[in-house]
Design a protein around this ligand. Structure first.
Ligand code: FES
Length: 102
């Protein structure tokens, strides 16, 4: 499974990491993959290449063992889990995490 991060390897730990599940239930009908693509596109647009973008990680994982009928996203380090979150809500979480770590 492809893993991609907006942060560079070897840099300090990200301020926030979004784990978008690509497991069999979340990605049924491609919904997990679609959510991952939408989140990555939104992050790239909202936080273009900058010091902030290096502090954001957005990766995919196989089943997070939190299956629902909808794609699941776990946020680290908070551990909060969202089922079928709105991309805008995830962007707010990222902005808040960056502001807290300044
Ligand atoms: S398939 Fe995504 S949490 Fe299980």
């Amino acid at each position: 499974m492809a893993v991609q991060s907006l942060s560079s390897e070897g840099a300090e730990a990200p301020a926030i990491r979004l784990l978008v599940c690509g497991g069999p239930r979340c990605d049924a009908e491609g919904r997990g993959s679609a959510l991952l693509a939408a989140v990555r596109a939104a992050l790239a647009a909202a936080f273009p290449a900058s010091a902030d973008s290096a502090r954001i990680s957005c990766v995919t994982r196989d089943c997070l063992r939190l299956c629902t009928k909808d794609p699941v996203v776990r946020v680290e380090p908070s551990g909060d889990v969202f089922s079928n979150p709105a991309v805008a809500d995830l962007l707010h979480l990222v902005a808040d995490a960056l502001a807290r770590r300044e």
